[in-house]
Design a binder for this molecule. Sequence first.
Ligand SMILES: [Zn+2]
Ligand SMILES: [Zn+2]
Length: 450
Amino acid sequence: MATKKMTSKKAEKAEKAEKAAKVEKAVKAEKKAAAAPKKVKAVKAPKSAKPAPADQAYVPAPEVAAILPDLIALRHDLHQHPERGFDTAGTRMRVAKWLSDHGVTAIENETLESALFVTVEGNRPGPTIALRADMDALPMTDASGTPYASQTPGCAHTCGHDGHTTWLAGALAALHAKNDFPGRVLGIFQPAEEIGTGAMAVVKAGALRKYDVREIYGMHAEPSVDAGKMGFKVGPMQAAADFFYVTIEGKGGHGARPQMAVDPIPCGAELVGALQTVVTRRIDPTQPVVISVCSFVAGSTPACNVIPAKAELSGTVRTFDAETRKKVRAEMAKTVKAVAEAHGCVGSLRIEDFGNPVINHPETTAFARAAADELYGEGTGVDFPLTMGGEDFSEYQAVVPGTMIRFGVRDAKHQASLHHPKFDFNDGVLGGAATFLAETVRKRLAMLAD
Ligand SMILES: [Zn+2]
Ligand SMILES: [Zn+2]
């Protein structure tokens, strides 16, 4: 008993001594810290581990090679801090800071608050060419497993817009470092491409008019094309993308007495199939059309004996040709109404315009492809097929001639498709992409000014 008491007292004493030592140590450390000159802790800007040029799919121009580590750091910083839609304040701040740190200071967002408009003047007069990058991310989880993975839950750069923003920043810095071109380059960093309304907002704000833009070029990371190649297509390349919403109103009731209700579920189920016959039976088969029902909401799981009063379907329609687009809409509306009526329901259809098709101008596209081959060797430019994916770059092309380029990013480490949770932009093309943009716009401005 006595021994036990002694032991607990001893332990108490030892604990006290340990505590005192700890406090003393802490005070000493604090004093030392106060005496030492204060170091300003940099805001977490992830530094790239090793931007080894050997990882690069292209040999960048010297003025791009000089800033390549900074470019990779910017890309990782953006990847870590994704933003969606028009909420681009953090991204704008990061890009504007990076640009001004690299000497590019003509930056404004008065034309449209959620965008950045950056101008680099050449050393003699000439026209203006715009280069566009989209800045927004997607509402999904980042499963890239990289040290710079998204720090924002449920938001990720899985479409590579962090890369687009970075290659444009790099091109502008390179053009600023070597401004031996006539005219002016306008960098447009736009918001909200994924929700299809960012480019329209830029156009409606009057940016193309304000800067007197003659032509526009944009590039998208493309995991179906090898790093070191660029996909080009003259004419239609990406589809007009519309969203649709169907509401079917019936009459709710008991699951055991369907005859006393008007069940919207079988009506909706039939509509899913019937809408496909719009594509296969009523539209010219030589015209590409996709109708996808992507959601079907009716009733609720625990209410297994309740017929709901309403069913809702939503999805997307993709087309290229303007007449076909109109016809598909009319046929869909007819189908919704008729099928609903046949079931004793009331059906309605609402279609939301998402964007026009991307149609690449023959002249700007041929020029950009030739520039790619000249810069990186014959065969760098490859044919890119029609795709039903939408892209709001089309809104610029509706105003000025322009070209969308699908920039290859695929290699052994980069195989995931766009919008896949594991997709991560390939830093190995950054130097090449920035060089290509800068060189192409330099050459094109010289040609237009002659
Ligand atoms: Zn996307
Ligand atoms: Zn995208």
